[in-house]
Design a protein around this ligand. Structure first.
Ligand SMILES: [Fe+2]
Ligand SMILES: [Fe+2]
Length: 293
């Protein structure tokens, strides 16, 4: 039993290091000067608005987490309350400020109410066996979300660089971008630890597969409208050009942990379908608005 304990210590140390090395980005360090605000708004306005909302909604995510996982460990709590939450909150403020500088309205985020779906799962989570399944799904969702954010900020950073917008590239987008891999690593290590230590049984893994494939969701996309908005992020960042490869990257942790028995599976079909549908919904909406104009 020494291996899982060593792994748990490694995760705790990782969280502590993240907290020490990555305090929330200093809001005063951002330089919002722009060479061509209209061009930045045209190319990235929608993406930045979406990302700002998702980053700001961590406030609600923290509430949801407390409901979902009533029995979290000290390491989990330290991560989301002391490290991840405060960092993401500043990411949201930085992006919201930037979009307002581009002449867009303040971002409207849902930071308050916990959805009924989450409350129901939270009630079930008082059963320890279910709690552990939900905990695994929380880590897998976190890994996919953080990897999506890494790809999005990389594409934004590259684009702003090409446009010569070095101030916002460096002090806003890159400042945010460097904090995401540490979040991803936390979720990946935590999910791996649960499965590889044998803490989760065969039927719990089976339940996790079932729930994941039935309830897969794209970050920040609870409604149909928001799914099309998410599709807009995918299309406008050019991530749809190699969609399968990108979704494979985003899903790698769950492919390895949930679907290892399906030899050779590259990417879970439910994940690829969710991204494809969102991109198609966005294109359809864009087509409709062009026709209406
Ligand atoms: Fe973030
Ligand atoms: Fe993050």
């Amino acid at each position: 039993m020494s291996e899982p304990r060593a792994e748990a210590t490694r995760i705790r140390d990782h969280v502590q290091r993240l907290g020490e090395r990555h305090p929330p980005v200093d809001l005063a360090s951002a330089d919002y000067s722009l060479v061509d605000p209209a061009a930045v708004r045209e190319r990235f306005g929608h993406v930045m608005e979406y990302m700002a909302r998702v980053e700001m909604e961590v406030e609600r995510n923290v509430l949801e987490l407390a409901t979902l996982l009533p029995g979290v460990s000290d390491t989990d709590r330290a991560f989301y309350a002391d490290v991840w939450g405060p960092q993401e909150e500043h990411h949201g403020i930085l992006l919201d400020t930037l979009t307002q500088r581009l002449g867009m309205p303040p971002v409207v985020a849902n930071t308050g109410e916990v959805p009924a779906r989450v409350r129901v799962l939270g009630a079930l989570a008082h059963l320890p066996v279910v709690h552990e399944v939900i905990r695994l799904l929380y880590y897998l969702t976190g890994a996919a979300t953080e990897k999506s954010a890494m790809l999005a900020y990389q594409a934004m950073s590259d684009g702003l660089g090409e446009m010569g917008e070095t101030a916002v590239k460096r002090t806003v987008v890159d400042a945010i971008k460097v904090q995401e891999p540490g979040h991803f690593a936390f979720y990946r290590l935590s999910a791996q630890e649960m499965v590889q230590s044998g803490a989760i049984s065969g039927w719990q893994l089976h339940l996790a597969r079932l729930l994941r494939s039935r309830s897969y969701g794209l970050v920040g996309a609870g409604t149909r409208e928001q799914r099309a908005d998410f599709g807009g992020v995918v299309v406008e960042l050019g991530l749809d050009e190699e969609l399968e490869r990108n979704v494979r990257d985003i899903s790698r942790v769950e492919t390895q942990l949930l679907w290892a028995h399906q030899q050779g599976l590259q990417v879970p079909a439910y994940a690829l379908a969710a991204f494809r549908d969102a991109a198609a919904m966005y294109r359809e909406r864009r087509g409709a608005s062009v026709l209406a104009a």
